[in-house]
Design a protein around this ligand. Structure first.
Ligand code: F6R
Length: 606
């Protein structure tokens, strides 16, 4: 994830900006830069690679400004070169940015036609020129930003400074978090409170859609509709990376809300978003030679693998075998030499998954692992590591790690499809675009969280809840049921919708909520038939779909309205309501959401 910092200081800020950036190093980056307002002008220093390169640069060419922004960049649009490093600037405006500006191509074309000259390949630079254009038209900085924000689409966070304005910084949050730190006669901005810990512990978190006008002594915050709003000042305990919940009640809530950002970050590791191509890191495995894939994992990670089976078989026409690791390890599965064995694990330490990995290795398989902890045993024992860049996941119930696993597996599936010759460049661009749009859709969904609080009141009364899904939505239904049972302790089961009448339908009566995961895809009509079977027996249908509830042709007690997304990327976005249903039901039930009874985060025993 890119890191953003900003300081309106009482003395030169460049080295403090670098210090703050150092605290964001854990997010990963490939270049860095700072810009300050110096005698009314904008000046910047940038460097490829680690922060020490930027420091060396600042030693030979210091910056004296007391107002500045800094950034660590993880390349998304354009190579990790100095030219593409942030801050980006025109003569009037300098911007640091985290996330994706989805409509940057259109904006860039429009601004170039007006004579703006772009100096980088980034999406960020479109923001710089957009604001500059508004200022050239006579608007002041605040109005120019307000007008520009309305034109940006995507999930992002911004920090902005202006030539000639030494006591002004503007911040905007839409999908990627931002924290404002209050100092004595100083003001700070950071991607998270951890970056600001050396300066202050008084933090205001911007909420979704907020933008803020900062000076050394004052903050004005506006919501997405432009109305002035107050956000509380909280005391941060960010001295340890692992204990900061931000302004959320639980780590699980924080982690659910981090998804637009961490999915962007993960995707940016595997995609060239500008070109619309998968850009896989060197795996040391010839993807075009793979004739068989086996996947093994536990729990939520297993469900991520199950989604990947649908993707890989559909896109690459390669057969995929999948099993939970505790079964795989003992069933003496025959594995023909030359296969790819794929292991999915957040912790990278799960005992059963590790044992299966060793079995596959002993049986001549090439080993690739999708892990969140790069130093883990599973990562160390793999031939190729495909990291999820979800950041630390503290809540025991996996949320952001799951969607990031899906993001990696989606990219791998496209790469296998391309290597096997089953998808062409146009199809690849279509699928990549579907992934690039996801963070925005997820942040929109997260804005309507109150619907899930209402639904929780109904689910909280149930003894059993059934989840149904068909095709690629089947593993999503399984994950929904697992989430609910593990944190609310309500009994929940997921079934393939078509299996309903082979047994589970006996459970349905008017006391049983049935959550139906049914994006409007080619299997929608089939799932509708199953919904009608449920309704005929009095089951309480909760329809999670982008289709109109009238299309169900039966009584739907609750409709979770989903955005229209490409069927390929649907599992990533449909996972989010599964998490929110479970979270709000558990909060209502008063359970220990982050540390549910009997569960451990890392299962290192059999
Ligand atoms: C459920 C959950 C577990 C884990 C499983 C595997 O919310 O978190 O089911 O997915 O224990 O753990 P990892 O991914 O660390 O191998």
């Amino acid at each position: 994830m890119c890191g953003i910092v900003g300081i309106l200081g009482a003395k030169p800020v460049a080295l403090d900006l670098v210090d703050a950036l150092r605290r964001l190093e854990y997010r990963g980056y490939d270049s860095a830069g700072v810009a300050t307002v110096e005698n009314g002008h904008l000046e910047r220093r940038r460097a490829e690679g680690k922060l020490r390169n930027l420091e060396t640069r600042l030693q030979s060419e210091p910056l004296a400004g007391h107002t500045g922004i800094g950034h660590t960049r993880w390349a998304t649009h354009g190579k990790p070169t100095e030219r593409n490093a942030h801050p980006h600037m025109s003569g009037r405006v300098s911007v640091v940015h985290n996330g994706i500006i989805e409509n940057y191509r259109d904006l860039k074309a429009e601004l170039q036609a007006k004579g703006h000259v772009f100096a980088s390949d980034t999406d960020t630079e479109a923001v710089v020129h957009l604001i500059t254009d508004e200022m050239d038209a006579g608007h002041g900085p605040v109005e120019a930003v307000r007008r520009s924000l309305k034109r940006l689409s995507g999930a992002f966070a911004l920090g902005i400074i202006f030539a000639g304005h030494d006591d002004l910084m503007i911040a905007a949050r839409q999908g990627s978090p931002l924290a404002i730190g209050h100092g004595k006669g100083e003001m700070y901005l950071g991607s998270d409170a951890i970056a600001l810990a050396p300066f202050t512990s008084e933090i205001t978190y911007l909420e979704e859609g907020d933008w803020a006008v900062l000076s050394r002594t004052k903050i004005e915050i506006f919501d997405r509709n432009g109305g002035a709003v107050q956000r509380p000042v909280t005391k941060s305990i960010a001295s340890s990376l692992l204990v900061d919940k931000g302004n959320h009640r639980h780590f699980m809530a924080k982690e659910i809300h981090e998804q637009p950002e961490v999915i962007s970050h993960t995707l940016s590791h595997y995609l060239d978003m500008g070109e619309g191509r998968v850009q896989f890191p060197e795996l040391g495995i010839d993807l075009s030679a793979i004739t068989r894939v086996s996947i093994s994992a536990c729990g939520t990670a297993y469900y991520a693998g199950l989604v990947a089976k649908y993707w890989i078989e559909r896109l690459a026409r390669i057969p995929v075998e999948i099993d939970v690791a505790s079964e795989f390890r003992y069933r003496e599965a025959p594995m023909s030499p030359g296969g790819l064995a794929l292991f999915v694990s957040q912790s990278g330490e799960t005992a059963d998954t590790l044992a299966t990995l060793r079995y596959a290795k002993a049986n001549g398989q090439r080993i690739a692992s999708v892990v969140n902890v790069r130093t883990s045993t599973i990562a160390r024992e793999s031939d190729a590591v495909l990291p999820t860049l979800a950041g630390p996941e503290i809540g025991v119930a996996s949320t952001k790690a799951f969607t990031c696993q899906l993001a990696v597996l989606a990219c791998l599936s496209i790469a296998l499809g391309r290597a096997s010759g089953h998808i062409d460049a146009a199809k690849e661009r279509e699928l990549v675009q579907a992934l690039v749009e996801l963070p925005r859709h997820i942040s929109v969904l997260l804005r309507n969280e109150h619907k899930f609080e209402e639904l929780a009141h109904a689910l909280g009364k149930a003894r059993d809840v059934i989840y149904l899904g068909r095709g690629i939505s089947y593993p999503v239904a399984l994950e929904g049921a697992l989430k609910l049972k593990e944190i609310s302790y309500i009994h929940a089961e997921g079934y393939a919708a078509g299996e309903l009448k082979h047994g589970p339908i006996a459970l349905i009566d008017e006391n049983v909520p049935v959550v139906v995961v049914c994006p409007k895809d080619e299997l929608f009509d089939k799932t509708v038939s199953n919904m009608q079977e449920v309704a005929a027996r009095g089951g309480q249908i909760v329809m999670v779909s982008n289709a109109d509830p009238d299309e169900a042709g039966c009584k739907v007690v609750s409709h979770i309205e989903m955005p229209d997304v490409h069927p390929f990327s649907a599992p990533l976005i449909y996972a989010v309501p599964m998490q929110l249903i479970a979270y709000h039901t558990a909060v209502l039930m008063g359970t220990d959401v982050d540390q549910p009874r009997n569960l451990a985060k890392s299962v290192t025993v059999e």
